[in-house]
Design a protein around this ligand. Sequence first.
Ligand code: TYD
Ligand code: MG
Length: 452
Amino acid sequence: MAKVKTAFFCQNCGTQYAKWQGQCNACKEWNTIVEELVQKPEKSDWKSPNTKSKTVSVPLKINEIDTAKEPRLDTFDGELNRVLGGGIVPGSLTLLGGEPGIGKSTLLLQISLKLPYKTIYVSGEESPKQIKMRAERVNPNSSNCYILTETKTQNIFKQIEVLEPDIVIIDSIQTLHSDYIESSSGSISQIKECTTELIKFAKETATPVLLIGHITKDGNIAGPKILEHMVDTVLQFEGDRNHVFRILRAHKNRFGSTNELGIYEMQGSGLREVTNPSEILVSKKDEELSGNAIAATLEGMRPLMIEVQALVSTAVYGTPQRSATGFNAKRLNMLLAVLEKRAGFRLGAKDVFLNITGGITVDDPAIDLAVVAAILSSNEDVPLQKDFCFAAEVGLSGEIRPVQRVEQRILEAEKLGFDTIFVSKYNKISLKNTAIKVQLISKIEDLVDLIV
Ligand code: TYD
Ligand code: MG
């Protein structure tokens, strides 16, 4: 009987060891080393007919390298194109991660149904019937999309060789397995091997491959970190499952910026691109309610108006509660301390709840001023004027700090019909004749005087 070959792999970074040990030498994580079956591949799986395996790379002068623009395949999805930096680059590997049920399969199926090119959607998770049922909700009339339910890479490549698709979609990398590795699907060595085979296939045929990846409970893509290093682009699909909005971000992009953001709305008939997010995220109410403030934020290159809601009430228990949804709780505590110290508010005995509407999480520091305004408004029970909006960071000493690209924020606020935008005095603004009033403030006390 052939000897079974095993090796030990760190589940965190993928480093291989000959024997078990408690701590990984490479990433210093404890208890991550697991035994897996391996069988070294004698040959690789993807064998293109015209590979010149004997070609050797030679150094090229950088100014002699052909800089003709990478042609890109249009995905016919404005949001995905934007996040990818203008479309899919031929021969690239894109990994899409996200929580279960967030809509990864829906997004990629929807894209493969929309494309006018020949696409193959390989699923190891669902049956053709299930996929067809999903497709019927989204767009049933596509004649270019082929469905394959297969998990063995060797068989997948056989089908691909016959079909010669323009785009390959794999749902998901964790379900694939290669014959050359004996460990089970989803293990480090299988993921590594299958990805290597797919990369080889993609580079040799210039076919783009889109992979779906599962994530672990702490939000990382399941499998070795090395998977993220191997692929060209890592996209993350996020959002609150109980809300309709989904956000697509690039965490890594070899062919474009990682600042861009795509917004979708989950509907009964699939995901709809949201091209005017500000108008949707800000609920224009007729009556003025206390505790609501609008922030002019930027997500990537896109201005986004976001509604912040705060509720300040007398604490029932000894220790006041602080809770924030869509906003960093530590930052909330910091802003409360600044308000207490600089503006004389006794918030120590109050519960403070903060919510960013739409289930969106915001990192932009320019939201600070709107958070402070919402808290002040709720604390005093005085509604803010509904055509006010805010864009500034708040510093530890209560100073109102400037934010990047403030003019873009002002123009967006103007476009949406806001009357007044509060920004830092230290921002350099060269806009003239704006219909919106730009209120410059330098410290938190100014804000208190102006709004309550
Ligand atoms: P799915 O794409 O299967 O998620 P993932 O592949 O990330 O696990 O998820 C979909 C969820 O979206 C599912 O709970 C049902 C919902 N959904 C809609 O609301 N509308 C639709 O048209 C479709 C296809 C799914
Ligand atoms: Mg899925």
